[in-house]
Design a binder for this molecule. Structure first.
Ligand code: NAI
Length: 246
């Protein structure tokens, strides 16, 4: 129960890595706001959890007022906020020279980049108002540190997540706030499951255990990073990519 007494807001909590993290956090004793653009699915997740341990919050992380409202709903339900996991994200892309900026750049930046900025800002203000402390964990990607096919916009947004994390740690240390980014490799979730079996086999072969990472394997690390045991991990990137980047 390493998260006993903690309150966490988890975006993208209705599916994949976010869902596994919601379940892990509740197991570890936390109260959790399951925040997702798919509010109905978030409520279904909450319905599977012990009564009183979680609430569902509909949020589009690309809209600052909605992120602020999600933080307020969490505090209203559980009295405070200790952890935000900025994890909601979308993927996809075309070759750069085929881009229509309105389709292939702007929407993804709004969610994967702006959404994390809004989470850091809204949670950071709440942490300060509570008198300090708090942990900000944000989901980047292996692509945040390298170029890849069809990933021009996604790589940019995920690189921004790493930069935001460093700067947030630097600026917010005076309030006792920590910030950490994680870079998953190939995780078996909806984002990846849309690809062909051949491509999925290739993805798996790029990791050192030659298999896709399970969402719970990422959630286990996030739970540790959110806990007080990780107090000296700050302003940095934790690679959770099964050796993809060696
Ligand atoms: P997923 O598709 O299973 O879950 C993403 C969740 O985010 C969904 O529940 C979706 O409804 C929600 N979401 C999407 N747009 C939203 C918005 N505007 N506001 C609020 N919620 C929104 O995918 P997965 O894999 O769990 O993705 C989680 C994060 O992990 C994403 O940031 C993704 O980029 C990142 N990631 C995933 C990897 C993988 O291999 N699956 C690898 C590296 C990073």
């Amino acid at each position: 129960m390493r998260l006993e007494g903690k309150v966490a807001l988890i975006t993208g909590g209705a599916s994949g890595i976010g869902l596994a993290t919601v379940q892990k956090f509740v197991e570890e004793g936390a109260k959790v706001a399951v925040a997702d653009i798919n509010a109905a699915r978030a409520q279904e997740v909450v319905d599977t959890l012990p009564a009183g341990s979680a609430i569902a919050v509909g949020v589009n992380v690309a809209v600052f007022a909605e992120v602020e409202a999600a933080v307020a709903s969490t505090v209203e339900a559980f009295g405070k906020l200790d952890v935000i996991f900025n994890n909601a994200g979308i993927a996809g892309g075309k070759p750069l020279l085929e881009h229509d900026p309105a389709v292939d750049y702007e929407p993804l930046i709004r969610v994967d980049q702006d959404g994390v900025y809004y989470g850091i800002l809204a949670a950071g203000r709440q942490f300060r108002a509570q008198g300090g402390g708090g942990v900000i964990i944000s989901t980047s990607s292996i692509y945040g540190e390298q170029a890849a096919e069809l990933s021009f916009t996604y790589s940019a947004a995920k690189a921004a997540v790493i930069s935001f994390t460093r700067s947030a740690a630097y600026e917010l240390a005076e309030y006792g706030i920590r910030a950490v980014a994680i870079t998953p490799g190939r995780v078996g979730t909806a984002i990846i499951n849309q690809f062909s079996d051949d491509l999925k086999a290739t993805f798996a072969s790029e990791q050192l255990r030659n298999k896709m990472t399970e969402p719970i394997e990422i959630a286990n690390v996030v739970a540790f990073l959110a806990s007080d045991e990780a107090n000296v991990i700050n302003g940095t990137v934790v690679h959770v990519d099964d050796g993809y980047s060696v």
